[in-house]
Design a protein around this ligand. Structure first.
Ligand code: NAP
Length: 346
């Protein structure tokens, strides 16, 4: 199936802070962006249009919201602001849905992008129903998903604000974690960083690691070991998360002996890596060894393919914040606009 032969000025794939900010800037530059906002998925954990903030209860570090804002509300504002201008979204019910009550749920579904062909211009973007769209430029803002252990109770408590999270910077300062014993799962740099950050609020932080040695860089590992508020549970995996409305602890399994034990905790933070949503770009764009999109210039949003721009967590394994993703979305739209002008597309 093919669309009506029209070539879009810019197609944006992704609907987190980077995608909606790119749409906002592109729409205000009269590029009439077309957005693939993505369909909710539940495998392996829930992924919603709007990205990782849809899994976050209270956001206290997005500037401009002195009282804080919930993740879904914030993403609804992003979406509504992009739609106030000439942004279109690919949905079951046409291309310009009413999103005024986006945070209360939609009566239609957003479509996924199934495949792209970036080998020739105009670029080809294929929707989930095999409709083909063509575009002079493409902004990829598909984000990354935090890795989770995959336990039922972990997911339930993460989604209900029950003290399980995959982002200490996002959630660690919430009152519910104050003066509690908190667990951090993982042994990499992120785990150390999250554990160190959490010591500002917690009475104690226990790093739960499946081996007896941290993966983190030496300097980071030493920082964790030197911190009197950080303890280690070596050779342990979390086999269950305990608690009804709020986490009360975890069941641990010793990776050497198989022995099970229980640890009381007032909060649990996963730091077992992220996976960028770039699978559909294999062979189309240069990715790094961890599958993040490689930027052609670290200060820009340009990629290995001219006319294709990257923004947000799918290019960023370091900062991974909503505000940095939004800033990158802005850069990508400006880069796309300038590139299109150079190509004579206005
Ligand atoms: P990472 O280096 O891949 O570490 C992931 C950790 O999670 C590892 O310790 C791993 O255990 C553990 N893990 C993975 N799957 C697990 C599972 N199913 N159950 C239990 N444990 C599991 O990821 P990261 O820490 O997010 O770092 C990603 C990249 O960003 C790295 O290159 C890192 O250096 C960089 N980074 C740098 C900084 C900094 O310099 N300030 C901060 C954050 C991240 P094993 O060790 O046994 O594999």
């Amino acid at each position: 199936m093919s669309s009506n032969g029209k070539v879009e000025k810019v197609i944006i794939i992704g609907s987190g802070p980077a995608g909606w900010t790119a749409a906002l800037y592109a729409a205000r530059a009269n590029l009439s962006p077309l957005v693939f906002a993505g369909r909710p998925k539940t495998v392996p954990t829930t992924i919603l249009p709007g990205g990782q903030l849809m899994m976050t209860t209270e956001v206290e570090n997005y500037p401009g919201f002195p009282e804080g804002v919930t993740g879904p509300k914030l993403m609804s504002y992003f979406e509504q602001q992009a739609m106030r201008f000439d942004t279109r979204i690919v949905t079951d019910k046409g291309m310009t849905p009413d999103v005024s009550n986006a945070d209360d749920g939609h009566s239609y579904s957003y479509h996924d992008c199934k495949r792209v062909d970036l080998s020739k211009r105009p670029f080809l973007v294929v929707g989930e129903d095999d409709t083909e769209y063509h575009a002079h430029s493409v902004i990829i803002a598909t984000g990354a998903t935090a890795n989770w252990l995959g336990l039922d109770n972990e997911k339930r408590l993460a989604m209900s604000g029950g003290g399980v999270s995959a982002c200490a910077v996002c959630d660690g300062a919430l009152p519910v974690f104050r003066d509690k014993v908190l667990g951090v799962v993982g042994g990499g740099d992120s785990a150390v960083e999250e554990a160190s950050y959490l010591t500002k609020f917690a009475s104690k932080v226990v790093m739960i690691h499946r081996r007896d040695q941290l993966r983190a860089s030496k300097i980071m590992a030493q920082r964790a070991k030197d911190n009197p508020k950080i303890e280690f549970a070596w050779n342990k995996t979390v086999s269950d998360v305990l608690g009804d409305d709020m986490i009360t602890g975890v069941t641990l399994k010793d990776t050497k002996t198989g022995e099970q034990s229980t640890m009381e905790l007032g909060g649990l933070f996963m730091a077992i890596g992220h996976t960028p949503a770039t699978e559909f770009l294999e062979g189309q764009l240069q990715l790094d060894e961890k599958k993040y999109i490689k930027l052609a210039d670290p200060y820009r949003s340009t990629t290995s393919v001219e006319g294709v721009f990257g923004a947000g967590d799918c290019v960023d394994s370091v900062y991974r914040q909503a505000v940095t993703a939004a800033g990158m979305g802005c850069k990508a739209a400006i880069d796309a606009e300038r590139w299109l002008a150079d190509q004579g597309v206005e």
